[in-house]
Ligand binder design. Structure first.
Ligand SMILES: Cc1cc2nc3c(=O)[nH]c(=O)nc-3n(C[C@H](O)[C@H](O)[C@H](O)COP(=O)(O)OP(=O)(O)OC[C@H]3O[C@@H](n4cnc5c(N)ncnc54)[C@H](O)[C@@H]3O)c2cc1C
Length: 472
């Protein structure tokens, strides 16, 4: 497909989006679907017992909806800053049941979709995310959490010679403003991870990989010891805004002075940001733990993970236990389901062709890995906005509805950082975040159904592209 036709399709979609943005469509057409987390990460907390659900009435200074990274990091930083305030967290199923417990595990720098930035802003954004990676490390050590993670760096590799050359120039620029990312040519990359078909890679030594289920569930007793009340199996069905906000669930109500929407790909089901994002399903698998000999044979020596430079991005990490976790790589490894469905029905069986396809892609990158057995296969749901940007902010007549979502596939660090940002916005001490492109950022509208579904199909199937933006 020619570049100009691709551009025309993209332009048409954006026009359709702006034309449709004034029309609403009833929430009753859709329901919130939350399926079970079958990820490798969840298999490391086999005896986890969710808390009892909310039954009756309760009150809160801050009511957080959603028990993923966004919700738990907000509970963590807010309760540290305001030990005297009552914090209640409501999770529809179990903590870490959403994307935070189902992702590829890459703990990355940068915030996706920020667009072009000045030198100063580039430095600020990098510093903010790298200090969050250090922050996660500190939290794990401070509270002695039983979490498998590593911080020995990740690669972004280039499958195109020209893009590799451009990346090399970019590294010169980043180094000149004090950002310590390295460019390694293909042979140097291969010493750490023997990837086929690459022309070099950016290596960020501070990035890593994290088991989000262990991290989030490990934080639960820490928060409870501070007095944070966590209700699980508690699905919020209605929010009525006001100076005091009423949050309704099946068997109870919370009256709260402020709330946090920490529901990422599920946020539209609460009636918020419905035109700003769509829920994307992303499939991931994990191999059996590799022994040292097999690791050597496939050539995975010493790095936490890599992602590539293609539109339907491939990404992989290796855990301390030796599992290789692989996601993406083709159109069928991602999916949007008509009417914003938030669960991919009957996965992993229904997504078998996607898992086979992804396994082939992994085999192309890492010789010999096609033979490795897949022991876990799962699907997660994430929020994708048109410009692939996230936003962390506050809204509502009484400025008491806080939110953070839309991190694309780049949310491990950013959603953990959201807790810091939202706590600062709440306390009006938001200087560190002032003017940052992801704070109170707006979104380009996405067309409603049936144009949304058609647009997704056209964009991905006809052009083979997804709206991927450079993340710095
Ligand atoms: C397959 C996949 C791979 C990814 N890989 C990476 C990666 O390698 N690196 C990276 O940086 N990012 C990655 N991401 C993105 C990252 O995981 C997310 O951006 C991040 O986890 C979002 O965290 P969150 O807390 O905002 O949302 P979630 O973790 O989705 O949490 C939202 C929570 O809200 C709950 N909830 C929803 N509705 C309600 C309701 N009505 N009432 C109560 N509770 C509700 C859900 O059950 C869920 O637990 C990936 C995402 C996916 C899906």
């Amino acid at each position: 497909m020619s570049e100009s036709l691709t551009k025309r399709i993209e332009y048409g979609l954006i026009r359709a989006a702006s034309g449709m943005s004034r029309l609403g469509y009833p929430l009753s057409w859709e329901k919130l679907e939350i399926d079970e987390n079958r990820s490798l990460w969840a298999s490391y907390t086999p005896n986890y017992t969710p808390n009892a659900s909310l039954n009756g009435k309760d009150t809160a200074d801050l009511c957080i909806i959603g028990g993923g990274y966004t919700g738990m990091s907000t509970a963590y930083h807010f309760s540290e800053r305001y030990p005297e305030k009552r914090v209640v967290l409501l999770e529809a199923k179990a903590l870490a049941n959403g994307a935070s417990g189902r992702n590829g595990g890459m703990m990355l720098n940068w915030v996706y979709g920020t667009g072009p930035m000045s030198d100063e802003m580039t430095q600020r954004v990098y510093r903010a995310t790298s200090s969050m990676i250090t922050g996660i490390d500190n939290i794990i050590k401070k509270h002695n959490l039983d979490v498998s993670y590593r911080t020995d760096g990740c690669f972004e590799v280039f499958t195109d010679e020209q893009r590799a050359l451009e990346a090399k120039e970019e590294v010169d620029y980043l180094n000149s403003i004090g950002i310590p990312i390295q460019f390694l040519d293909a042979d140097e990359v291969k010493k750490r991870i023997n990837l086929n078909g690459i022309y070099g890679g950016l290596f960020d030594p501070s990035e890593g990989q994290l088991n989000g289920v262990q991290f989030i569930r490990g934080l639960k007793p820490v928060l409870e010891a501070r007095g944070v009340q966590i209700y699980e199996n508690t699905r919020v069905s209605k929010i009525t805004e006001g100076r005091t906000i009423e949050v309704e669930t099946a068997n109870g109500t919370i009256k709260a002075k402020a709330i946090v929407l920490a529901t990422n790909g599920y946020t539209g089901k609460l009636g918020y940001f419905r035109k700003s994002f769509f829920p994307l399903h992303s499939h991931v698998f994990a191999t059996d733990p590799l022994d040292e000999e097999t690791s050597k044979k496939i050539g995975w020596h010493s790095t936490a993970g890599f992602s590539d430079d293609l539109n339907r991005i491939s990404y992989a990490t290796k855990t301390n236990e030796g599992h290789v976790v692989f996601g993406g790589g083709s159109n069928i490894s991602y999916g949007y389901l008509f009417n914003n469905r938030t669960a991919f029905p009957n996965t992993p069986q229904s997504a078998a062709p996607a898992f086979d396809d992804m396994h082939n892609t992994m085999g192309q990158y890492l010789s010999g890995s096609r033979q490795l057995p897949r022991v876990h296969q799962w699907t997660g749901t994430l929020a994708i906005t048109l410009r692939r940007n996230c936003s962390m902010g506050v809204r509502g007549e009484h400025k008491n509805v806080f939110y953070a979502f839309g991190y694309s596939g780049h949310g491990v660090t950013a959603a953990n950082m959201a807790g810091r940002v939202l706590t600062d916005l709440y306390s009006k001490s938001d200087e560190p975040w002032r003017d940052m492109p992801f704070v109170n950022a707006d979104f380009s509208p996405i067309p409603l159904e049936p144009f949304r579904w058609m647009g997704y199909q056209m964009m991905t199937r006809l052009t083979g592209r997804s709206p991927r933006e450079p993340h710095r």
